[in-house]
Design a protein around this ligand. Structure first.
Ligand code: UT7
Length: 319
């Protein structure tokens, strides 16, 4: 079974935080952040939760698709930074939209949006479902340690969504989903609670990332996953109009592009003004491409993501 993307939407909170704003309280500089990561500013939420942003992105995606919320049969969402574990983001969006379809979240960190697309594909194959709303929403500012310059400068907040329809003119080729489980390179511990019986570690509930090992993992994952899905779709890299990657570091994308032999003009980049928004980054950058008229119907795109888990994923889509 295949599906088409009917429309996209995104939401970025209005508060823009520049590198100079961060330099005011962290030992960092605009020069270091732009050169090493490629970020100039990011959006940071002052009042919206991850679920609030998810709802805004979902409403924008529905409007862009020309369908009503009542026509959605299933809502799938992902977030590593939501304020509540339950209700999940998708359940809060379901209430916000005033609909009654099933809704659930999954967790695959920064790769989650592609795990969601593959889950949607399986639901279309299962039958009885014609339209699915898929959302990545993150308030990363909730889970970074704002005293740690090695992570605080990298992340941003926002949400992105797509409305998918069973069949249609588009084509979805099943994804590569890869996991090498472990917490040495990236971890986001939860609060350990106040159990008087707990005798284990009490690690701080903030993102930890071994940047250099994540960097190497990311470049290898992009190159391996993109080549694999393109070959599995019976295509070559010359057939691909856009590679739309998870936005984590402009240098990661530059390395991967050179190793793949793909010009940077074919790689979608938006990290400069959003930072790394984890599971939201792919739908946010895709929405920007689509609304600006650079992504066109009939084009072939590869989506590629990597991050905590360690997980990575890629898929080929005819738009
Ligand atoms: O979405 C999940 C996936 N995440 C990623 O893909 C992230 C992948 N990793 C990266 O993007 C990069 O590794 C980072 C941006 C996290 C770090 O860049 P780097 O070039 O690997 O820097 P580094 O960790 O090797 O640190 C180099 C130096 C260190 O100083 P010394 O030890 O050489 O004196 C750091 O303390 O840069 C220092 N440093 C900073 N300096 C100014 C680290 N963070 C900062 C900072 N401002 N914000």
């Amino acid at each position: 079974m295949s599906f088409s993307v009917l429309g996209t939407g995104s939401y970025l909170p209005p508060r823009v935080v520049t590198n100079d704003d961060l330099s005011a309280f962290l030992d960092t500089s605009d020069e270091w952040i732009t050169q090493r990561v490629g970020i100039r500013s990011r959006h940071v939420s002052a009042t919206e939760t991850a679920a609030d942003m998810a709802l805004r992105a979902a409403e924008a995606a529905l409007a862009n698709s020309g369908i009503t919320a009542g026509e959605i049969d299933l809502i799938l969402a992902a977030s590593v930074s939501a304020e509540t574990v339950s209700p999940s983001v998708s359940c809060l969006v379901q209430r916000g939209l005033g609909v009654s379809c099933p809704a659930f979240d999954l967790n695959a960190a920064c790769s989650a949006f592609l795990f969601l697309l593959d889950t949607a594909d399986a639901f279309f194959a299962r039958g009885g479902v014609n339209r699915i709303l898929v959302i990545g929403a993150e308030r990363m500012s909730r889970i970074v340690d704002w005293t740690d310059r090695s992570t605080a400068v990298i992340f941003g907040d926002g949400a992105g969504a797509m409305v998918l329809a069973r069949g249609g003119e588009g084509e979805y080729h099943p994804a590569q989903l890869n996991v090498t489980g472990g917490d040495e390179v990236i971890r986001i511990p939860q609060n350990h609670g106040n159990s008087p019986f707990w005798e284990g570690d009490d690690s701080r509930p903030y993102i930890f990332m071994d940047g250099q090992n994540t960097f190497k993992f990311a470049v290898n994952a992009i190159c391996h996953d993109v080549k694999t899905v393109v070959a599995e779709a019976g295509l070559t890299l010359d057939d691909i109009d856009w590679i739309i990657p998870h936005q984590a570091n402009i240098r990661i994308l530059d390395f991967a592009a050179r190793r793949l032999g793909v010009p940077m003009e074919k790689i979608a980049t938006g990290i400069e003004t959003t930072g790394n928004t984890s599971s939201a980054s792919i739908p946010i950058i895709t929405d920007a491409l689509w609304r600006s008229g650079r992504l066109l119907r009939g084009q072939t795109v590869v989506l590629t993501a990597f991050g905590g888990g360690l997980a990575s994923a890629a898929c080929v889509l005819k738009w």
